[in-house]
Design a protein around this ligand. Structure first.
Ligand SMILES: [Zn+2]
Length: 487
């Protein structure tokens, strides 16, 4: 790296209000203050880290002391502006409240504010992380804020609004800064790629922006690392490798292996392969849970939300591929795997091998549970069949026993069909129900034409006995009553 190398964040730090991205609200209000010549003596900038609070505080300081301001903007060319850019202005003081949090620091500051500005018009005090001040320090600061000398401007910056005493807040004009959305960050770094001559693809920029988590500073710091890691070629494939993300193909394969009983064995192969490749299995499981959650959000048409961890192109693909997949199955799966992950965290296993063994056992159990009929599934099935039978009986005054042999009661005909659980056939449960309805209707027609006898209807409800029997049979078995309803 050459001596002239500047980290991206510093290199592209905005020097004008107009260059700041996304903080229109705060920037607009400050610009209006200059237009109407109503400069306050104390501002508080509130918002998450890395979104431009200190940057804007510096631009504000520059504009206040600029010798040749251009409307609301500083000139960035006069001595005062240049000194502030370099950080050696005698009139602008940046104080990190985290490391100067004591009352003595603030007392010193109070002594200091009495002096007039050296070169410019204002003495500007930028107090970063101001919530870190001690109670006594806040009190000392309050005294200055109550009667500020005319040539002094305070700019307090904080990420934690709720820690600032009300008395301080009431003395300041507050400006709220927001997290920068992924798409805005993505567009911004795309312009930087053009300036820096970097190669990229849309997915690559998505992961960089995502990693920044709403912070311009963090985005650019990560981009810096990514440029080195990918040798200046910011593609999705390289970025995924860098952040240890597997891409949706790995997750869709894994999901298919979990829901399709014919693919179960491959689950263990996948775990083994990940283990052999040195992948952090705990992280893989977490990412998979996130993937399942994203699928649910897609199903609820909420996939546009900011926090989703899937690039736009993949979102469309998933929307299409999993349109038919039963939402309930996804919820149950996500819940089960979430608890596996939770236990995994609690156990504090010593090695990745132990982690793999644990996961293999847990997934084997999950597969077994999936294949085992659940009590609620059985009961629901019985009650469903009973309704069919009862519906039929009500049309016939005879008991089921008297139905002539050639007419088969549907209670024996629709054997519980186990629907195949691949993505196409899962919603077939509805079809099964539909076909049963038709069978029942056909049966009703047939039975309606039967000769009627005068035997009384049996009062016994066969399903109640059966339900009781099954409950007894299954009591004590550890079966999740809501697991896959594959009966
Ligand atoms: Zn200037």
């Amino acid at each position: 790296m050459s001596d002239n190398h500047q980290v991206l964040f510093r290199k592209y730090r905005p020097q004008f209000f107009r260059d700041v991205i996304y903080q229109d609200l705060a920037v607009g209000s400050l610009q209006n203050a200059f237009k109407s010549k109503k400069i306050g003596h104390a501002y508080i900038f509130i918002g998450p880290r890395g979104v431009g609070k200190t940057t804007i505080a510096r631009i504000l300081a520059k504009r206040l002391n600029c010798e040749n301001p251009d409307g609301v903007e500083p000139c960035n060319a006069c001595t005062s502006c240049l000194e502030i850019t370099k950080g050696n202005s005698n009139d602008v003081f940046e104080i990190d409240a985290a490391s100067n949090s004591g009352v003595d620091n603030i007392r010193e500051l109070r002594e200091n504010v009495k002096f007039n500005a050296m070169g410019g018009k204002y003495r500007v005090y930028i107090l970063d992380e101001v919530h870190m001040l001690s109670g006594a320090a806040f009190n000392a600061l309050l005294k200055t804020l109550e009667e500020p000398p005319a040539h002094v401007v305070f700019i307090l910056a904080t990420t934690e609004y709720h820690k600032i005493p009300e008395t301080i807040l009431s003395r300041c004009q507050d400006f709220h800064f927001r997290k920068v959305p992924v798409t805005v960050l993505q567009n911004y770094i795309e312009t930087l790629c053009a300036k820096e001559g970097l190669k990229y693809d849309s997915e690559g920029l998505f992961w960089i922006a995502k990693k920044g988590d709403g912070s311009v500073r963090d985005t650019l710091s990560f981009m810096e690392q990514a440029v080195i890691f990918t040798d200046g070629n910011l593609t999705g494939a390289k970025l995924r490798k860098m952040i240890g993300y597997h891409g949706i193909d790995t997750f869709t394969d894994f999901l298919n292996q979990l829901i399709d009983t014919t693919q179960s064995a491959q689950i263990f192969e996948t775990l083994e392969n990940l283990f052999q490749a040195g992948i952090d299995l705990g992280k893989f499981i977490w990412d998979f849970i996130e993937f399942l959650n994203s699928l649910l959000l897609i199903k609820d048409n909420l996939a546009d939300r900011e926090s989703i961890n899937i690039p736009q192109e993949d979102l469309q693909k998933l929307k299409q591929n999993y349109r038919e997949l039963d939402r309930e199955i996804l919820v149950l799966l996500a819940e089960r795997i979430f608890s596996i992950h939770e236990k995994l965290n609690l156990m504090k296993l010593r090695s990745s091998y132990e982690m793999k063994v644990y996961l293999e056992i847990q997934f084997r159990k999950l597969i077994l549970d999936r294949e085992k009929p659940s009590v609620s599934g059985l009961l629901a099935k019985i009650s469903e069949l009973t309704k069919l039978v009862q519906g039929d009986i009500s049309l016939i005054p005879d008991s089921v026993d008297t139905v002539p042999k050639q007419v088969q009661a549907p209670s024996s005909s629709p054997k519980p069909t186990i629907p195949k659980t691949d993505e196409q056939t899962i919603p077939a449960q509805e079809k099964v129900l539909e076909s049963k309805k038709q069978e029942s209707q056909a049966f009703q027609k047939e039975s309606a034409s039967l000769p009627k006898t005068n035997q009384p209807i049996q009062n016994n409800n066969p399903s109640e006995d059966m339900e009781k029997l099954l409950k007894e049979k299954f009591s004590g078995m550890e079966v999740d009553p809501n697991q896959f309803k594959n009966l």
